[in-house]
Design a protein around this ligand. Structure first.
Ligand code: NAP
Length: 307
């Protein structure tokens, strides 16, 4: 089991001081890929117990046919589900799909006792009303945790499916025993699927939470006042090492395509951040794998609850 952060971080007065005071050791890696493999091994055994009881956990996706990235994400999620012994399916919404067809599909999945999880892969084609679709999603099958019902439960502190990406991040922080109680955490980004639920989950874990967004002033100075940074922005390598106080913990949820780069990059400039942070997630191999694993864990939870 890895140890906690190496030293108690002090707030630097300036970026230069941050560099001078930094721990000479490089950051330790919050390895979401390795953690995801551990959780998926456990998942396999839960699925096999369910199968022995006659229940096969089933995940059904709804995805925009014309969005290659979404189609690829759903293919990967289904592939991982099937490797865990689950079943999966997907329904493609095209530019010809009507709102009535979409709502009928959701009603059919809500009513099907063999379906335990419904994944509405964002974004759906623009002409479709995604909010109406999310409102129609049964909370007991919303394994991605992004419907208003699930988000309301999170806000109220009630049991329910938690949003897969922030849930995966919380699992990473818990596994690596990153202290959260009383720590100052900043979430950069306030989207409904990521930034807002992330802030609520950190709050639930007794961190003192700041939420930053595109109108936030003096972001580097603000970030420098925090112990834990969750970047959820969608801007390649925006957060630099000299924005951090020494020993900060950096979680990079970003996933950005950059022309000329062979692999996607995060919202944090990994090299400069890794010089200052105590712990950091890589991209790829950090938040992404734990998002998919948390989605599947929620789906298996749903199947167990159906017994
Ligand atoms: P989004 O809906 O576009 O939200 C981006 C947020 O960042 C908004 O709240 C926006 O502020 C804020 N923002 C934009 N520019 C900013 C700036 N210069 N300074 C501070 N804040 C700024 O994006 P999302 O869906 O949350 O996704 C964010 C990133 O996470 C993307 O890279 C996405 O690919 C990635 N992601 C990864 C996973 C995973 O599993 N790894 C899952 C979901 C998303 P305003 O609200 O003011 O516009």
């Amino acid at each position: 089991m890895p140890s906690g952060p190496k030293s108690k971080p002090e707030t630097p007065k300036s970026p230069a001081e941050a560099r001078v005071n930094r721990d000479p050791m490089p950051s330790q890696i919050l390895d979401g890929r390795a953690l995801s493999s551990l959780f998926r091994a456990e998942l396999k055994s839960r699925v096999s117990d369910l199968r022995a009881k006659g229940v096969v956990p089933r995940l059904e996706a709804i995805v925009a046919a014309q969005d290659p990235a979404s189609v690829a994400y759903v293919r990967m999620k289904r592939n991982w589900a099937e490797k865990a012994g689950m079943e999966s399916g997907s329904w493609e919404a095209s530019e010809n799909t009507t709102q009535t067809e979409l709502m009928d599909r959701i009603a059919t999945l809500n009513d099907d006792p063999n379906v335990h999880g419904i994944l509405l892969q964002h974004p759906l084609p623009k002409h479709l009303d995604e909010d109406a679709a999310l409102l129609a999603l049964g909370a007991e099958k919303d394994v991605d945790g992004i419907s208003p019902a699930s988000l309301g439960r999170l806000t109220a502190g009630l049991p329910g499916f938690r949003c897969a990406t922030p849930l995966g991040i919380m699992r990473i922080l818990a596994h690596y025993e990153i202290p959260l109680v009383g720590k100052r955490a900043i979430v950069i980004g306030r989207s409904v699927i990521l930034g807002k639920p992330m802030a609520l989950m950190l709050l639930e874990a007794n961190a003192t939470v700041t939420v930053a967004h595109s109108r936030t002033l003096d972001l580097p100075d603000l970030v420098r006042q925090h112990d834990i940074i969750v970047a959820a922005v969608g801007r390649a390598e925006m957060v630099k090492g000299d924005w951090l106080k020494p020993g900060a913990v950096v979680v990079d949820a970003g996933y950005n395509k950059v022309d000329g780069r062979s692999s996607d990059v995060g919202d944090c400039d990994f090299d400069s951040c890794a010089e200052i942070a105590s712990w950091i997630t890589p991209v790829p191999g950090g938040v992404g794998p734990m998002t998919v694993t948390s989605l599947l864990m929620n789906c298996v939870d749903a199947a167990e609850l159906s017994l």
